[in-house]
Write a protein that binds this ligand. Sequence first.
Ligand SMILES: [Zn+2]
Ligand SMILES: [Zn+2]
Length: 723
Amino acid sequence: MLLWIALVVGFGGSASAARPLLVDPKLAPDLFVWTDTCNVYVLRDGDAALLVDLGDGSVLDHLGDIGVKRVEWVLFTHHHREQCQGAPRLRGTGAKVAAPEAERALFERPMDFRKMNVRLGDAFTIHGSSYVRPPIQPIPLDRAFKTNDTFTWHGHEFVCLDTRGNSPGSMTYLLKLGGRRLAFSGDLMLDGAKMHTWFDTEWDYGFAAGIKALRQSVARLSAQQPAWLLPSHGKTLHAPPSPLRDYAEKLARLEKLYLRGYDSEGGSVAYQDKVSTPTVVSNVFQVSPHLFKFKRPNFWPNFGLILADSGRALVVDCGLLDEKFLDATLDGMRAHFGLKAIDAVIVTHMHGDHFLETPYLREKWGAQIWALDNMVDKMEHPEWFDYAAPIQAYGKKNPDGSPMSGVRVDRAFKCGATFEWEGYRFTVDWMPGQTEFALCLHGMIDGRKVAFTGDNIFGDPDDPSQTGHEAVVAHNSAILEEGYIYAGEYLKRLQPDILIGGHSFVMDRPAKFIERYRRWAYDMRDAFRALSWDKDYRYWFDPFWVRAQPYRVALRPGESAEVTLHIRNFRRGKQVHRIEIHTPPGLIAEPAVLEGQLADGSRKSVPVHVRATPEAAGRTHLLAMDVTLDGRRYGERFDFVVKVGPASPLLRSGLGATRDDLAGNTPIHIVGLSKPICNSSIPSRTREPNNTLEPRISMNAASRTETVTTMTTRLCGAATTIR
Ligand SMILES: [Zn+2]
Ligand SMILES: [Zn+2]
């Protein structure tokens, strides 16, 4: 019988036990734990039980083994799906449900937190990218707790304590049992002084609100002196004070490294660079005879301009500017510096604020829009992704008055591509940092090697206390090896004479600065690794190692669409995965289960068809990917959004699905990455960036001396130096 249960439970159930286990037979004879997508604690009284968290609900099949006939209450520590994905199974059982008041909306109205058209300021997002992971079906609450509330069940008194941090309103339930104070602590801290996930703690754009909240919560819980910690994942902690202290120290170190590595509070660094000088054109400063930027107090536009002797110009980034002001400035450049034409604007990375005005430059000046190949689909179809700061989130209008939902790219460079322009020779390299989808443009201008580095490094190179890093944002897609570590190694090899950053930053003679930045990047990774509950921190840091593309799909009842599931193996050695696609009523995914394995450091893309039944409710739905990796059940970690009903204007205007496609009755196919989008002669198919970790720097022989050329050749084929 037991064997049979074990087989039935199989992959989806608890690997550790086919029945709830006693937490401590001697000291707590009525307290059990069941583990599936999280730890479910069962407090028994006779044949009744109270649960702390529910996991996938499989515990309900095994309560009979411990004499429990009915569940009276389920107390959720927080809203993450690992804790509550089994909630639909409670329907009709009479069980009541309670959760923190601060997360009530996440339980009861989860779809309020998934939008087809995101804005920078949307609740619980980092510039539009969600950091909450609510259930895919609403869970109405019978009760919601504030901190210090008490709740009594069969003579047991629970005290509620605000321990937010890994989730915006998490709660710890304190219970006196057998003379001991137990803390059902959710995801506050796991065994070994570890954090459950980084990406759930990332609440803002690098200002550490989540880390600060966690540190306060650790202090609050420590003050309660719990005898045991019963966390949502992993083992019970029988002597919590010491791990709580370790955890607080690790968090403090993380926060210190994590906050920006330049004086971002002072607000004066950007325009007070030591190199540029004012010109007769107001707000335009000159860095060197052929290189210009905008500059004035409290002014953070993205705009650099290379002006050739012929009067033709290249612009690097264009956004966060008033168009009238842009017009006036360019007119001034025409009158005083002989500006005649803008051939192209090169966009450094996929964030909307760097190319908001590029369509305007195309319209007014005929400028082409150039980018790196891995940026193209994020610029043209930002709604296919869940990354931070997509262009549609800025609420800007196109020159024709329609909402700006994406910008067509005219030319896409491959990493290492070079181009000649007006006697200059430039190279475009992949240079991730703040985000994976970014480039470095470099070349000789006025006798110096100039590198345009976007938003990856800012500050005053002469201040030895500065490390120059910008915000660390996992929701940008930015594991350190494909982010700041890569950038540090890359810039060290490139040896630029001057860095031109986004937001008006100009950094002269940056070699030492780059070295501090490079070292910081490794320290930052170490601080994350020290807290990671996953052996490889990247599974704990990156919110996108399984993701659906498009992230947002619009369907009418009866229609279907193809989405591609992208799965990634970060490690050396194969990984075995099982992914179940969980759908709310009215939606069907085929196949619903994907099983497979990935070789050493590889990626895989699998098509899945999502269909809306004729009865599907006309609203936005959330679908989840329930992941098991090498036998470890992660639960419904990732999601994507399907809107049933008339297609949204955003998707109708997209280049992938036409208005006619979405209006018709035939099934449509919205296929991510399926067709070349640009109409330039340069191959523009988007691809994932090169999977190797070596910084690939391509410098041209003509622009440097012999020795440098030799060095460059060696560097291009060099073995990795990323540790
Ligand atoms: Zn959680
Ligand atoms: Zn920016």
